[in-house]
Design a protein around this ligand. Structure first.
Ligand code: DGY
Length: 327
């Protein structure tokens, strides 16, 4: 029977779907296997379920000569060398669509928390610094009628914009490689260049993929172009942001606050300077963490894996060119 390695305990729902189709091994720990252990685990495998924390590179693929499918338990696939997979004829699956709403919820949650100084005020209340009702205390930014800048108007960017357009009547600006007619119709969004978006937005929410073009997209000069009252939110990938530049912008008042669900590295060490800044709210990459969403991710991930085991096209394949090279 085909051997499959699942690099973490994904929801049972997915494991139960996969089990009848293969000889299954599931990594039992909370933390990922080291690259060497992963290499050892996949060496006789036909299928691999990977997570965003597992680096799947050419070396790993070469250590698994029978590998016929990689199913990533995530929509983002920046942990996988796609060119190397395609070259070796290995289709790579991901889980798009099902985490859109949950991720947009967290983008809005972080935006609100950062704008309304929720992180620091909760701690102040708990730690005895709530001395009275303070007319000048914990003053934040209002949302209603202000301008939202969406960087990367894909599914999640649009779902975030919809919440803030319909809920708070925000004006929406966006950047994207191509115009997005749906966003222009549904939330009256206007496509602008990044500099215009930074200068005019009160809230900047990042939703682009991590790729060579977006790595370090937000650095010193981008934060300097933003308003001193601006709130910055990142739910995409940590390396899109130069974190030293962000820390400096938050410390100096170049921008008002930030809400992050992703960092570089993950986990971010508790001693990191961003954790010491009261105007920075940091969540441990929980955007897709709802029961419904994680079960749906497990379902799609299992379906992709099973299709790959039987040599069938994956429902959600990020390197479909792999099929052209095969036929
Ligand atoms: C993904 O699937 O890429 C998300 O970051 C997980 O929350």
């Amino acid at each position: 029977m085909a051997r499959v390695f699942v690099a973490r305990r994904i929801p049972d729902f997915g494991l139960e779907m996969i089990a009848p189709h293969c000889e299954l091994e599931v990594w039992p720990e909370l933390v990922p296997p080291s690259p060497d252990v992963l290499k050892e685990k996949v060496k006789d495998c036909v299928g691999l379920v990977s997570l965003l924390t597992d680096k799947i590179d050419a070396e790993l693929m070469d250590a698994a000569p029978q590998l016929r499918v990689i199913s990533n338990f995530a929509v983002g696939v920046n942990n996988i060398d796609l060119a190397a997979a395609t070259q070796r004829g290995i289709p790579v699956g991901n889980t798009p669509g099902v985490l859109t709403e949950a991720t947009a919820d967290i983008a809005v949650t972080l935006l609100l928390a950062a704008a309304r100084r929720l992180g620091e005020s909760l701690i102040d209340a708990k730690e005895g610094r709530w001395l009275t009702w303070d007319p000048r205390g914990w003053l934040g930014q209002e949302l209603a009628g202000r301008t939202l800048g969406i960087v990367g108007m894909g599914r999640i960017g649009l779902a975030t914009a919809k919440r803030l357009y319909h809920g708070w009547g925000m004006k929406v600006l966006y950047t994207a490689r191509t115009p997005k007619p749906e966003a222009e119709k549904e939330v009256q969004a206007t496509r602008v260049d990044l500099d215009t978006l930074l200068a005019e937005s009160d809230f900047v929410s990042v939703h682009c993929d991590l790729n060579p073009e977006t790595k370090g997209l937000f650095g010193k000069s981008q934060f300097r172009k933003m308003k001193p009252t601006a709130v910055f939110v990142n739910t995409s990938r940590g390396p899109v942001v130069d974190q030293s530049a962000l820390a400096e912008a938050l410390r100096s008042g170049t921008i008002f606050a930030a809400g992050l669900d992703v960092t570089d590295p993950e986990p971010l060490p508790p001693s990191h300077e961003l954790f010491s800044l009261p105007n920075c709210v940091i969540a441990p990459h929980i955007a897709s963490a709802t029961v419904h969403t994680r079960n749906e991710m497990a379902r799609i991930c299992a379906e992709n894996l099973i299709a790959g085991l039987y040599g069938k096209p994956l429902s959600f394949c990020v390197n479909p060119e792999v099929y052209l090279s095969k036929h």
